[in-house]
Design a protein around this ligand. Structure first.
Ligand code: NAD
Ligand code: UD1
Length: 330
């Protein structure tokens, strides 16, 4: 297939491009580089031997995006492009609604106009809100606590409504749990600028002595050790899920959880990182973070049943690959 990947120089997008190329697909990337670097293209080439065609274009710019559809014939679209910082979305909600929703609308409109019938969308487990774990795809979606989460729920709705009245347009909605890790080459991964909000990027900065100590947000949750429980998934396993999702997309709307199905606490992840990399991570327990839930993990059985997908990488792999990437990008 010839696949348009929006956000393809980003963290999950770049790993997915590598796996698409490995599976024999052609890739065209569109990204405005608001949260990624052009050098990622060289790194993708180093890993896969192929430098994908790249357009430095904003998905909210309908005319410029349409120009790409006029130049290429696509069989499918994987839409990663979006802003994703939860805290920032609370302070600049309009920028988040505009960027994330207009991008989804533009790409869907062009998919219909140019008869690109396979569309894969990056959603998030955040759409489940706080309900009984494990989360399964048939659960009701609850309102999220922030505009970022709402853009995911709204984009899902836009795509479902579009698919329901356009018979040939098929959509796969992938709800990611907590993507972590990096490519085993150490060439691509995630290393946010400034102070990270998420746990693994914070741990990697403490390991690298760029930050002094990890704050553990609460140890009084109703979980085995009192700290928050999440479902961490290696980004390469996640990337492979996208390849299967687009190759096997046949129903009008398919929704899959992409997670390992295992709940891991903050302290368990911390210990795994220390064991995997033989580095001590200093930490202190502080108050809970506003908006956090106690536990989030997937019932990942549907993706296994319908796509034959499951995770293969362990928590130790996630920690080793994260550290390898962090060290090689010092
Ligand atoms: P990322 O920021 O690394 O990648 C997103 C890419 O999209 C970046 O390269 C950015 O430059 C680009 N982009 C943003 N707005 C754009 C626009 N208007 N036009 C063109 N390019 C644009 O993030 P990621 O972690 O790779 O996430 C990819 C997708 O998965 C996002 O939609 C995100 O919301 C979703 N998601 C991520 C996580 C996570 O924890 N990383 C979890 C659930 C869902
Ligand atoms: C975050 C996002 C969520 C998104 C998800 C997927 C927030 C508020 N939520 O959630 O919308 O869908 O990522 O990637 O950003 N923790 C610490 N110390 C830290 C950082 C985190 O103890 O410095 C704890 C948290 O309290 C939580 C766990 O680690 O229990 C994981 O946190 P994080 O990596 O931010 O992910 P989510 O909370 O799942």
């Amino acid at each position: 297939m010839n696949i348009l990947v929006s956000g393809g120089t980003g963290y999950i997008g770049s790993h997915t491009v590598v796996e698409l190329i490995a599976a024999g697909h052609s890739v065209v990337i569109v990204d405005n580089l608001v949260n990624s670097k052009i050098e990622t293209l060289d790194k993708i080439e180093k890993i896969s031997g192929v430098k994908p065609t790249f357009y430095h274009v904003d998905c909210t710019d309908l005319d410029k995006i349409e120009a790409i559809f006029k130049l290429h014939t696509f069989d499918g679209i994987i839409h990663f492009a979006g802003l994703k910082a939860v805290g920032e979305s609370v302070t600049i909600p309009l920028a988040y609604y505009y960027n994330n929703l207009v991008s989804t609308i533009n790409l869907s409109q062009l998919a219909l106009k140019y008869k690109v019938n396979k569309f894969v969308f990056s959603s998030s487990a955040t759409v489940y809100g706080d309900q009984k774990v494990p989360f399964s795809e048939d659960m009701a979606l609850l309102p999220t606590t922030n505009p970022y989460g709402e853009t995911k729920a709204m984009s899902e709705r836009i795509l479902r409504d579009t698919a329901s009245v356009n018979k040939d347009f098929h959509v796969s909605i992938l709800r990611y749990f907590n993507p972590v890790g990096a490519h085993s080459s150490g060439l691509i991964g995630e290393s946010p600028n400034g102070i990270p909000n998420n746990l693994m990027p914070y741990i990697q900065k403490v390991a690298n002595k760029k930050l002094p100590i990890l704050s553990v947000y609460g140890n009084d949750y109703d979980t085995p050790d009192g700290t928050g429980v999440r479902d961490y998934i290696h980004v390469v396993d996640l990337a492979k899920g996208h390849v299967l999702a687009i190759e096997k997309l046949v129903d009008p709307v398919e929704i899959y959880n992409l997670g390992s199905g295992d709940g891991v606490s903050v302290l368990e992840l911390l210990t795994a990182f220390e064991t995997a990399n033989k580095i001590e991570i200093p930490y202190k327990i502080v108050d809970r973070r506003a908006g956090d839930i106690a536990s989030s993990y997937a019932d990942a059985s549907k993706a296994y049943k319908k796509l034959g997908w499951k995770t293969h990488k362990t928590l130790i792999d996630m920690c080793k690959d994260t550290w390898k990437f962090e060290k090689s990008n010092k």
